[in-house]
Design a protein around this ligand. Structure first.
Ligand code: S3P
Length: 452
């Protein structure tokens, strides 16, 4: 249900090719982590390229409420004066994490490992998302949690100054849960061990090392030999450092797919993060026949980045294996849009985790395609899209407080025959501030503030 300040949008087929060079905003996962680790470090951290989307601003407010000094500088960098591990203060009020599952789950690890009582809540979408996945392991530290039925927010956490170190095998491959456990492990005397059944984004491990912690990663036999064991030595001294945040590959995905679909397009996306645990969409699109060239590969702030040159391409359906899901978990809605414009069938396997994102993304993506005349079915945890060069469009899309669904609908509208109406694009601000302006800079001609 769209809220009172809903921003509807009608998207028409692009009349001319997309072109030009843009840089999408900073990586959301890395931005949350930069603020949290900096708040736990001693001394000052300077963050450049921080994503100034609503989700990350919630993390900034939460870290302030816990006593870190977080300020935006005149040069648009951010400065965090940290309190040190175990030194965060009890927040005076409820911590509202808005729409952000990452902020809520990672912060739970910090709150559980400090001798403070806190209450965390979020918007209607976040209040519907499962928190058991972090409550269960973090309870083993001795911290106590009181949540609504089903482990939903609001959540009250009574943390401990001497939490027990965890040795925990993740039941689902989730970087959020892994990171919550590692964050809790920072204030334990002893070793914290997390085993993941498949590799998930490793920004926490990379950034912990960057701030001076000792972290080791080894392969295991779990998950058919794809698992990993991560070990963190507790009570390190984290020292404030410079952090440079690359552009978010999950945000780049939207102009990237749009450029593939709109005939004659060629765009350049600058300095996109290319951490191999995030690049499943690029690999899949290349298998589908996409012309994506990676130029100027380099390392910035400890993460690989490159410029992507994307040229409109005729795509063909493929079979996307389940074990690729962790490396493109947020990209399935826009991949489904690409599949709608690809000839033949695309089967995306093993999508059970999509059901617990900002919306039930399996259901909402199916609805996005169905209302726009695309043939799509669900078989167990697989989504099967039968595409074609032309997509009818003409549908009204319910975005369900989900930023990525809204942006995927915009991309679909740019390629579809008839205009696509989107009930509410306001949630795009959570991860991609300036989306409309940037899309218009490459020629999308999206209406600005025109009611549906
Ligand atoms: C994230 C991990 C992913 C992803 C989310 C950001 C992170 O969630 O969907 O948008 O920053 O750790 P899961 O790890 O729960 O799959």
């Amino acid at each position: 249900m769209p809220h009172a300040l809903a921003r509807p949008l009608v998207v028409r087929q692009a009349a001319t090719p997309l072109g030009g060079k843009i840089r999408v905003p900073g990586d959301k996962s890395i931005s949350h982590r930069a603020l949290m680790f900096a708040g736990l470090a001693q001394g000052d951290t300077r963050i450049t390229g921080l994503l100034e989307g609503e989700d990350v601003l919630r993390t900034a407010s939460a870290m302030r409420a816990l006593g870190a000094v977080v300020t935006r500088q005149a040069d648009e960098s951010w400065r965090v004066s940290g309190r040190g591990i175990g030194q965060l203060a009890e927040p005076e009020d409820v911590l509202d994490m808005g729409n952000s599952g990452t902020a809520a789950r990672l912060l739970a690890g910090i709150l559980a490992s400090h001798p403070i009582v806190s209450v965390m809540t979020g918007d209607a979408s976040l209040r519907g998302r499962p928190m058991r996945r972090v409550i269960d392991p973090l309870s083993l530290t001795g911290a106590s949690f009181t949540a609504r039925a089903g482990g939903r927010l609001p959540l009250c956490i009574a943390g401990l100054g001497e939490p027990k170190p965890l040795s925990y095998r993740l039941p689902v491959a989730s970087a959020q849960v892994k990171s919550a456990i590692l964050l809790a492990g920072l204030n334990t005397s002893g070793e914290t061990v997390v085993e993941e059944p498949a590799p998930t984004r490793d920004h926490s491990e990379n950034m912990l090392r960057h701030f001076g912690a000792e972290v080791s990663v080894e392969p295991t036999q779990a998950g058919h030999g794809r698992g990993r064991v991560i070990r963190l030595t507790g009570r390190p001294t984290l020292v404030g450092r410079d952090v440079s945040v690359p552009s978010d590959p999950s945000s780049a995905a939207f102009p990237l797919v749009a450029a593939l679909l709109v005939p004659g397009s060629c765009i350049t996306l600058e300095a996109v993060g290319l951490n191999p645990l995030r690049t499943g969409l690029i690999a899949t699109l290349i298998e589908m026949g996409a012309d994506i060239q990676v130029m100027n590969q380099r390392v910035e702030g400890g993460e690989p980045v490159g410029d992507l040159v994307v040229t409109a391409s005729a795509l063909t359906g493929v079979d996307v294996p389940a074990d690729r899901a962790p490396s493109m978990i947020d990209e399935y809605p826009v991949l489904a849009v690409a599949a709608a414009f690809a000839s033949g069938t695309t089967r995306m396997r093993g999508l059970e985790e999509l059901r617990v994102k900002e919306s039930d993304r399996l259901a909402s993506t199916v609805a996005l395609l169905t209302v726009n005349g695309v043939q799509v079915t669900v078989d167990g945890d697989d989504m099967i899209v039968t595409g074609g060069r032309s997509v009818p469009g003409g549908g009204r899309v319910a975005t369900q407080m989900d930023h990525r669904l809204a942006m995927s609908a915009v991309v679909l509208g740019l390629g579809a025959e008839k205009p696509v109406t989107i009930d509410d694009t306001s949630f795009i601000e959570t991860s991609f501030p300036g989306f409309t302006t940037l899309m218009n800079r490459i020629g999308a001609c999206l209406p600005v503030d025109v009611p549906a």
